[in-house]
Design a binder for this molecule. Structure first.
Ligand code: PEP
Length: 250
């Protein structure tokens, strides 16, 4: 019922030439995939050259961040409209690296989500607890605050363009993946939150991705869980063979 999504977050990696080389490999390796939504998120400087290579392919392009203003005196920032102009179909918002390193608040994330949706772009909205929060048994509280804060004021129909990525911070870039059961438990809880905030149809239709050290060796077990609708992949998305295998999960 929910079309799976596999998204690659390239983070702060790859020059334009390297991004183009990886994109060329992915386009060749994934040209025949129609049943999975595939999204790649290079750095800002590579977006437009990568967009040119994606024309005519099933792959979509995402940015890793945006600023919640269209134009103006916001030195160093990039707006959703400009990302659309560069060829993006989506924006990753609220990644834990930005929440932690750049102190992004739920309120700022909510503004970014609204501006991105207003520009007719999809949102990959990231949430997840730190190790300390999990050990203090605060996981569900944190997820509740992040989901409610990030989605504040959205109408159910806007949720069609929101993909949620549950990424436990302790599993990102650490090689330590949540177990299939831990991930399923969190995803099912998040779907329950959507039911409370919106309605049954919205909760049932929303794609919830798992992120945190997803690789070819663990993707199949994760994707077998009822409420896991895809993956947001960091490190393994930088290698064409690994990312293609993840997209072709079994
Ligand atoms: C991410 O950057 O969103 C991520 C999940 O990274 P990794 O797959 O490397 O843990």
């Amino acid at each position: 019922m929910r079309k799976p999504v596999i998204a690659g977050n390239w983070k702060l990696n790859k020059t334009i030439a390297e991004a183009k080389a990886l994109t060329t490999e992915l386009v060749a390796g994934l040209a025949d995939v129609t049943d999975i939504e595939i999204i790649i998120a290079p750095v800002f400087t590579a977006l437009s050259p990568v967009a040119d290579l994606l024309k005519g392919s099933p792959l979509q392009l995402a940015a890793q961040n945006c600023y919640p203003q269209e134009t103006g005196a916001f030195t160093g920032e990039v707006s959703p409209l400009m990302l659309k102009d560069a060829g993006c179909q989506a924006v990753i918002i609220g990644h834990s690296e930005r929440r932690q390193l750049l102190k992004e608040s739920n309120e700022l994330i909510n503004q970014k989500i609204k501006k991105t949706l207003a520009a007719d772009l999809k949102v990959i909205f990231c949430i997840g607890e730190t190790l300390e929060e999990r050990e203090k048994d605060l996981t569900l509280d944190i997820l509740t605050t992040q989901v409610k804060g990030g989605l504040l004021g959205l109408a159910p129909e806007q949720m069609t363009d929101v993909i949620i990525a549950y990424e436990p911070v302790w599993a990102i870039g650490t090689g330590r993946t949540a177990s299939n059961e831990q991930a399923q438990e969190a995803h099912s809880f998040i779907r329950g939150l959507l039911l409370g905030l919106f309605d049954q149809a919205t909760a049932d239709a929303c794609r919830i991705l798992y992120g945190g050290s997803v690789k070819p060796a663990n993707v199949d077990g994760l994707m077998a869980q009822d409420d896991i609708d895809g993956a947001l992949v960091g490190g393994a998305s930088l290698k064409a063979a690994d990312f293609c295998r993840i997209v072709k999960f079994e």
